[in-house]
Design a protein around this ligand. Sequence first.
Ligand code: ARG
Length: 270
Amino acid sequence: MKKYFKNILAGAMALTMAAALAGCGGTQTEGTGQEDAAAKEGEKKETLVMATSAAFPPYEYWEGQTIVGIDAEIAAAIADKLGYELEIEDMSFESIIPSVVSGKADIAMAGMTVNEERKKSVDFTDTYATGVQVVLVKEGSKVTDVKQLFEEGANTIVGVQTATTGDIFTTADIEAKGLGTVERYTKYGDAINALLANKIDCIVMDGAAAKAYAEKNEGLYVLDTEYAKEDYAIGLAKDSELTEKVNGALQELLEDGTIQSIIDKYIVSE
Ligand code: ARG
């Protein structure tokens, strides 16, 4: 009996570790500090489940066994304000909106850009940050300016994360026009490895994450010219009762400067 239990535990631990290593598919419950008191009183706190894709520093990424980052901290502050226990679920980016639509998760928070297409499936809160699409290259890349991607005969192989705005933009602007190929990756780590191995010419992705990857990987850098500007917001199921609550908490955190101080903690502006 005991041994059997131990094996299950070891198996579960190995799974958690593997998920953490793969940077995908993990779940993490974050204490807000209040659940201890709640537990003592014998009541169970309701959970707020956040769907994300946690290989996107500085917004969400694994640090040991925990998902940290701007989104993780903002979500924790929102959960705290509303009296929920936060649970963060790591998944592929393209699974985030479906998981909120199906009710498996309550909020989609993943440096997620507001766009009309997504608004057909989810409701968005107010914007809490701005993002920008940039081009990440490896030293010596033939791409030195974003404009080159749109030139006749460019024939660039562009890497993106599946279903992101980087994917949406390059599919329309490059692939559909026969100006190059788009390679789609579920995980940013795989796109980075392809870039390092010269299998692709560049990656179109969000600026803050691109910068974080460039800092961690020798030889990678972000081109000065930007592709597109965007707004990040939290997605919720259409007409969810939670939207007003979450947005109210977010607005308070925006007004009292909490959001800005969380962002400043992770992004040092030059
Ligand atoms: N801002 C982009 C989008 O909404 C990319 C977000 C990627 N986020 C992530 N956690 N991997 O499509």
